[in-house]
Design a binder for this molecule. Structure first.
Ligand code: ATP
Ligand code: MG
Length: 330
């Protein structure tokens, strides 16, 4: 698989009256063509900021990208012009924003909302844009798309509205789709349907997807590969199988133990932490040591002094922990 999007050493700072907060600290990620990459971590760890950085939409001020690079298909996005970013956003890289269930316009026909996205990015007639809207509604499994396109959002169930959101994001046939917390507001049945839809879309169109979530269960369902984010740091990456069956970092182990059951054998005993005590610290970027050290049951003196780098575990599996061998043996 070849890479399509490469984030290197990304740093995002928020300058606030109360002081500086480093929301992302040297984040590096690689998105491969046609894969679903899951970014997982608890609230405030930087999932949305990672997604918004790619889109060039960090709220500024107070936020600012102060370091690193984001390269899409050979092109540096951080120095791209505003016009170029407008073309890329929605046209080539598309994002479904966190809590965007309510962002459908209640007084516009569904077909018009999707057609509007197409008209914004492509030289097409209104008739062609409408046809694309219907075609995209078909793609995302809306029944009777020709009729539904004439309807309004309130006529649809929550799950169907989520499909329309996905259709809007896909209307220009982007190469990358970013879905920020896709299922936070959905019940489990609808969640499962949305996951199936995203998997089908990936398989049928070859689109690369980044999904952010706080839920390891969602990762297990959907992602091919996972990056675990903690207080603005990537602390572990690997295939979903590696992460779920052989988690290395104490934080990842904790995240997995917060999910009732993930393996193929429900009686399997998992000797992981039963909860992650404490809260994620707010960071300024100047602290030394591992960001997880204050909560880590395995910490040793070096953890508070030296920030651990991501190191290879096996193959593409990496983790940033000074005590990998010791933790893995527990
Ligand atoms: N508007 C803002 N003003 C100040 N700081 C902010 C702002 N937005 C984000 N941050 C900082 O960036 C960090 C990461 O925020 P982000 O929204 O990316 O978290 P998240 O992982 O998406 O959380 P959630 O799961 O709650 O959506 C926060 O912990 C906070 O310190
Ligand atoms: Mg978020």
């Amino acid at each position: 698989m070849t890479g399509i999007l490469s984030i290197k050493n990304l740093v995002v700072d928020f300058k606030l009256r109360a002081g500086n907060t480093r929301a992302l600290n040297q984040v590096s990620l690689e998105l491969m063509n046609g894969e679903i990459l899951g970014i997982v971590g608890e609230s405030g760890c930087g999932k949305s900021m990672t997604a918004l950085s790619i889109m060039g939409l960090i709220p500024s001020p107070p936020g600012k990208i102060t370091g690193g690079s984001i390269i899409f298909d050979g092109e540096e996005l951080l120095t791209a012009s505003k016009t170029r970013m407008r073309q890329i956003r929605g046209g080539i890289i598309s994002m479904i924003f966190q809590q965007s269930m309510t962002s459908l316009n209640p007084v516009l026909r569904i077909g018009d909302q999707i057609a509007e996205c197409v008209l914004l990015h492509e030289e097409v007639t209104k008739v062609e844009a409408w046809a694309r809207a219907v075609e995209t509604l078909t793609m995302v499994g809306i029944p009777e798309p020709e009729i539904r396109a004439w309807g309004y959002p309130h006529e649809l169930s929550v799950g169907m509205r989520q499909r329309v959101m996905i259709a809007m994001a896909l209307s220009c046939r982007p190469r990358v789709l970013i879905v920020d917390e896709p299922t936070a507001a959905l019940d489990v049945t609808v969640q499962a349907q949305i996951f199936d839809l995203l998997k089908d879309l990936q398989r049928e169109t070859g689109i690369a997807i980044i999904m952010t979530t706080h839920d390891m269960g969602a990762i297990a369902e959907l992602a091919d590969r996972v990056a675990v984010l903690y207080a603005g740091h990537i602390i572990e990456t690997g295939s979903t199988r590696d992460i779920l069956t052989n988690p290395q970092h104490p934080y990842t182990r904790g995240l997995i133990s917060c999910v009732p059951y993930l393996g193929e054998n429900p009686t399997e005993v998992r000797p992981y932490l039963t909860e992650i005590k404490g809260v994620m610290p707010s960071l300024t970027g100047f602290e030394s040591g591992c960001a997880f050290a204050p909560r880590c049951p395995y910490k040793t003196p070096i953890c508070e002094e030296v920030r651990p780098e991501n190191e290879a575990v096996i193959g593409v599996h990496t983790a940033a922990c000074h005590n990998l061998k010791y933790v893995a043996a527990v």
